[in-house]
Design a protein around this ligand. Structure first.
Ligand code: UD1
Ligand code: CA
Length: 460
């Protein structure tokens, strides 16, 4: 059955994170909690996707709009509580048109909530014919969660928050995940009677289930994957969840044919793609839309952000971002490849080399201690150690063009804009300020002066 609306709760402050940033804008594996939950929920294609905001409302709303341009933003008023959040949402959605059929509600502090779990919940709700269904999980340590109090026949009687629970209720291990499906009419009625007579003085959404139960039937569906419904309230929980998730991601890649000797120090974002027979050595961060082709070796200690690595390339102890590394290229150790570089097949960027917006032709090598920025280098050229392209005149970034089969001597300085042809050899220490034609040798004089028998003043 089509979802009439989905309501994502994102108005809380997330006090336990102790952060100036709202909790739902913290990230796991490269995406904010809010983005993750919104994308899992919107895959169910609800007629309306609403996000409730209050704490740092504009910041959270702006993020929500950036993830989904069609999102409906609901502003919760100053009255606190998950129940109040849903009251505000239902009021606004009701004004926009009559709601009929199932409404999904989800907290946004559960970064691994996935579409499969939500679909299973909806199917269960549909099949049971219940008025409301709560998604639950069983935890060894249920501390902090609301406990599910069931009736003899298995139906849900109510949910008791940790702070309001007695000792027998605290002994229950089945907990509320903060994901629910309600029939719209039942929900509208159930939230009207909420009050704040509880330990936290808040409008609890969980109390709506007790009302729904009094007028009809409430069921519970247990998530098959406990990680998918784990909530994050503080940074210890975030770290534990991120580690567990990353372990899964690494194991999936290992099963797909990727060698990862130490998944504990190998962090791979969800959208990364890796082909068979790639090796990812310890201490690596593969982020954003990074794509790694077969037989490449990455690491140890390497960060790749939105990088395309072609077959057989190797990147060691380096940071590379928004660039393309050609087949068989070797990068590192200690190399910084900034944005916008195209390194061709079998190229090399060695130790202490920095590149930015450089296009390096097939077989060309920049082996040591160089800065190559806003530069085109042809094929099979070699750049001597300590060479710098001076691309910035204080106002503009200027380009350097160096041809193919060029042998750049050590310690050259290319003062851009400047062009050097093919088959050129440059002398060590040259300062190249003007165009150099094909097939020539260029050097610039720097006179060597020797003062024999010289001693510093203090020794004289
Ligand atoms: C809530 C549930 C608890 C459940 C747990 C699962 C209630 C009363 N308790 O407790 O049963 O086991 O989640 O993680 O619902 N929010 C708002 N407006 C508010 C307060 C919160 O939108 O005024 C949002 C938060 O941004 C968050 C979600 O609701 O995304 C849950 O809030 P949180 O304070 O984390 O609730 P818990 O104490 O964890
Ligand atoms: Ca929570």
């Amino acid at each position: 059955m089509a979802l009439s609306a989905a309501i994502i709760l994102a108005a809380g402050e997330g006090t336990r994170m102790r952060s100036s940033k709202p909790k739902v804008l913290h990230s796991l594996a490269g995406k904010t909690f809010l983005e993750r939950v919104m994308s899992s929920v919107s895959a169910l294609e609800p007629n309306t996707l609403a996000v409730v905001v209050h704490h740092q409302a504009e910041l959270v709303a702006e993020a929500a709009r950036s993830y989904d341009g069609h999102v409906t933003i609901v502003n919760q008023d100053d009255i606190p509580g998950t129940g109040r959040a849903v009251q505000c949402a239902m009021r606004q959605l009701g004004e926009a048109g009559k709601l009929e059929g199932p409404v999904l509600i989800a907290a946004s502090d559960m970064p691994l909530l996935d579409t499969a779990t939500l679909k299973a919940l909806l199917d269960f709700h549909d099949a049971s014919g219940d008025d409301a269904t709560v998604l639950t999980t069983n935890l060894d340590d249920p501390t902090g969660y609301g406990r599910i109090i069931r009736e003899r026949d298995g139906g849900v009687l109510r949910i008791v928050e940790q702070k309001d629970a007695n000792s027998s209720e605290l002994a229950v291990h089945e907990v509320n995940t903060s994901v629910y499906v309600f029939d719209a009419a039942v929900l509208a009625r159930a939230i009207e009677g909420l009050d704040s007579k509880n330990a936290q003085g808040e409008f609890y959404l969980t109390d709506a289930l007790e009302t729904a139960h009094a007028n009809g039937k409430v069921g519970a569906f247990t998530a098959s994957d406990a990680l998918s419904v784990e909530g994050v309230n503080d940074r210890v929980q975030l770290s534990n969840l991120a580690r567990a998730h990353n372990r899964r991601v690494c194991e999936a890649w290992m099963r797909a044919g990727v060698t990862i000797p130490d998944p504990g120090t190998t962090w791979i974002d969800d959208d990364v793609e890796i082909e068979q027979d790639v090796t990812i050595l310890p201490g690596c961060f593969l982020q954003g839309g990074t794509v790694i082709a077969h037989d490449a070796v990455v690491g140890p200690y390497t960060t790749l952000i939105d990088v395309r690595v072609d077959a057989g390339a190797s990147v060691e102890r380096s940071r590379v971002q928004q660039s393309h590394i050609g087949a068989g290229a070797t990068i590192g150790p200690w190399t910084y490849i900034r944005q916008g570089n195209e390194l061709g097949e079998s190229t090399k960027a060695g130790a202490f080399v920095e590149m930015k917006k450089a296009r390096i032709g097939k077989g060309t090598k920049v082996p040591h201690l160089s800065y190559v920025g806003d530069t085109e280098l042809g094929e099979n050229s070699n750049v001597g150690g300590g060479t710098i392209t001076a691309n910035y005149d204080g106002v503009h970034k200027n380009r350097t063009r160096i041809g193919s089969n060029v042998h750049v001597g050590a310690g050259n300085l290319f003062v851009a804009p400047v062009e050097v042809g093919d088959d050129v050899t440059t002398g060590a220490g040259s300062v190249i300020r003007h165009a150099v034609p094909d097939g020539s040798m260029v050097y610039s004089e720097n006179t060597q002066h020797v003062v024999e028998g010289w001693k510093p003043e203090w020794e004289r």
